[in-house]
Design a protein around this ligand. Structure first.
Ligand code: URA
Length: 234
């Protein structure tokens, strides 16, 4: 087989693998990747450079099944940065973090703090979607975490809020449960870090929204943000 037909065969094989993965996940139609511009990314040059640098990342096998890299979005000079776990199906399709149901709840939480998504920065530990939303593997984290570290170095937020067990345990290098971690300020490379529950968890456990609101109030106090009225039921 000559090189061109081998390359073509490789492309056909990867498209087949994509379709098989979609079928296995119950997706029966094709989507055209059209990045959503709803949440503008105001990148500084440094973030742009980093984003470009990883635009064809193949550091781990997740590149084979991703549709888009979900780099992160928001204000490059944000004082507050949220860090989640990994993109899900909606994020993978749109190339933006937290745009599915959990993301809509996060947007409401940010709104209840008197902020918008363009005031904060939102990123994940992993930049590519694990197939079928399985938890990230240690090898994937090891390859990807450096990108998040560089984002944090560029943005220099005053507060990082980790969303859920996974992001909290990864950045804090601990196995302590999220229930024990949440609501307490820790330190990550000299930056204040506060873990809270993941919005996806809140969708399943709405009674715990009040605990997250307590955590958000701590963040507002730390950042000297005016506390708007208590959020109505999200
Ligand atoms: N859950 C996450 O942790 N991150 C996203 O971007 C979306 C859902």
């Amino acid at each position: 087989m000559n090189t061109i037909s081998k390359d073509l065969k490789d492309v056909i094989d990867s498209v087949k693998a994509y379709i098989e993965l979609d079928r296995a996940s119950g997706i029966n139609e094709f989507f055209v990747n059209k990045p959503n511009t709803q949440y503008a990314i105001h990148n500084t040059n440094d973030l742009d450079v980093l984003k470009k640098e990883i635009s064809s990342c193949k550091r781990c096998p997740l590149y084979k099944t991703r549709r888009n890299i979900v780099f992160g979005a928001g204000n490059p000079k944000a004082e507050l940065m949220f860090v989640g776990e990994a993109p899900g199906a909606d994020e993978d399709l749109q190339g933006l973090p937290f745009v599915g149901r959990a993301g809509q709840l996060l947007t409401k939480i940010i709104g209840a703090m008197g902020l918008t998504r363009s005031d904060v920065y939102i990123a994940n530990i992993l930049k590519c979607r694990p197939p079928n939303n399985r938890p990230p593997l240690p090898a994937e984290i090891a390859e990807c975490e450096g990108i998040l570290k560089r984002q944090i170095d560029i943005i220099k937020p005053k507060v990082i809020c980790t969303l859920g067990k996974f992001a909290s345990q990864t950045l804090l290098r601990t196995e302590t449960t999220i229930s024990a971690l949440r609501g307490n300020f820790r330190e990550y490379n000299g930056i204040k870090l506060i873990p809270t529950f993941h919005p996806a968890y809140l969708l399943r456990n709405p009674n715990d929204k009040k605990l997250v609101w307590q955590d958000m109030k701590k963040i507002m106090k730390e950042l000297k943000l005016k506390c708007p009225s208590s959020p109505k039921s999200q």
